[in-house]
Design a protein around this ligand. Structure first.
Ligand code: 1HN
Length: 375
């Protein structure tokens, strides 16, 4: 195909009538030359490209998809037996790859999601990166993640933060393996050309295994902020314990029973993990939340700009995501692409962890949400 017959030729074919007069032939020749010069000059005229440049609404390449914990865990265990963890590979993390983003280790166009596995007594070595990260634990314990030298216990139901540029390493101090969920903003940071990485020391920064990290001891008292500490873009509270999350959700549903408003919608309680210095999201680029639905609750369908990943913490539900219907149970993960409608029906009481890239859209003035049935 010649240069002139790409893109622009289609439009300009329309301008050439069946009866090709001499003047039309001249014009055609001039247009061919013009389109060739566009290419040589490194230009693409808008009128040949307008499709897709400005869709009427977001057209994500990502698709709704489900990964079952019961399938992920045995694969992670086999990797634990066969694949060492150490310098170079750094982490035994297996990324969810969205079928709409083939070949890429991305759950959505902005969010990396992986199951990570650390065997008995294993250590994942120290490093830091500009990508922000968190861990969420659906089962197990025994690993401490050392974040800038602060040892943070990882236990069922906890959310642990590894903000951008904090050194971190993971240490399994038990004879049992442990698997958990990793969320990172890797694809977003890649798209923004903002990736930095540095190896840390080969020796562990600490072998301590405290109940509570220094971050929790300083920042983990409800409504009490240490005086003299400045605001930080990412939360200095590095662990959000299940005990507190559970109590907050329980209280919301109890208050609803007592006639006090507080829940998101009838039978639907929710908390957002927040940065105690700003009241905003715990991480600058990722929203992290826990939802609890009473058995039998069906949530209002919602569409939001930005993508989300959900993981069932406990219980059973049906998730309707776009035209897909997922029967979900403990540990199962599903993806909601941008502007794709999602609603949940709780078969039992169900707790769900959710994370998304919404803070990015809010910061850029691009956030939109539509609640209700779509016409
Ligand atoms: C990383 O540092 C972790 O620290 C997990 O646990 C997943 C994926 C890509 C690059 C770095 C971790 C990662 C990662």
């Amino acid at each position: 195909m010649s240069r002139a017959s790409s893109g622009g030729r289609r439009t300009h074919d329309l301008e050439v009538s069946v009866t090709d007069t001499t003047s039309e032939q001249t014009e055609r020749k001039l247009l061919d030359e013009l389109y060739a010069d566009f290419e040589d000059a490194g230009l693409i005229p808008l009128w040949t490209q307008v499709d897709g440049l400005m869709p009427m609404s977001p057209q994500s390449a990502a698709v709704p998809h489900l990964w079952r914990w019961a399938e992920l865990l045995p694969i992670a265990e086999r990797s634990g037996e066969l694949v060492p963890v150490g310098r170079g590979g750094e982490r035994r993390a297996m990324a969810l790859s969205n079928p709409g983003l083939p070949g890429l280790p991305y759950a959505t166009p902005t969010l990396w999601t992986a199951i990570q596995y650390l065997g008995p007594r294993e250590v994942a070595p120290s490093h830091r990166h500009s990508q922000g990260a968190f861990r969420f634990i659906v089962e197990g314990e025994g690993v401490w993640t050392n974040v800038d030298g602060d040892a943070v216990a990882m236990r069922r139901g906890d959310l642990l933060l590894t903000p951008s540029w904090a050194f971190h390493e993971h240490q399994n101090v038990t004879d049992r393996p442990m698997a958990w969920l990793d969320g990172l903003d890797i694809p977003l940071v890649s798209k923004l050309d903002a990736g930095f990485f540095e190896f840390g020391p080969d020796e562990l920064s600490t072998r301590e295994t405290p109940e509570r990290s220094r971050g929790e001891r300083l920042w983990g008292h409800p409504g009490l902020r240490p005086i003299g500490r400045p605001d930080q873009p990412n939360s200095p509270l590095n662990a959000y314990r299940w005990e507190h999350t559970d109590a907050a959700l329980t209280a919301q549903l109890e208050l609803e029973q007592e006639g006090v408003p507080g829940v998101l919608e009838p039978g639907h309680a929710g908390v957002r993990f927040s940065n105690p210095t700003t009241g905003r999201d715990a991480l600058v680029t990722m929203r992290t939340e826990m939802r609890r639905l009473r058995a039998g609750t069906r949530t209002t369908p919602v569409r939001t700009v930005g993508s989300a990943v959900w993981q069932v913490f406990e219980g059973e539900a049906v998730a309707q995501v776009g035209d897909k219907v997922f029967e979900i149970a403990k540990g199962d993960l599903f993806v909601v692409p941008s502007w794709c409608e999602v609603s949940l029906s709780a078969r039992t009481e169900v707790d769900l962890f959710r994370f998304s890239d919404e803070p990015v859209y809010e910061a850029l003035g691009l956030a939109r949400t539509f609640r209700g049935e779509h016409k």
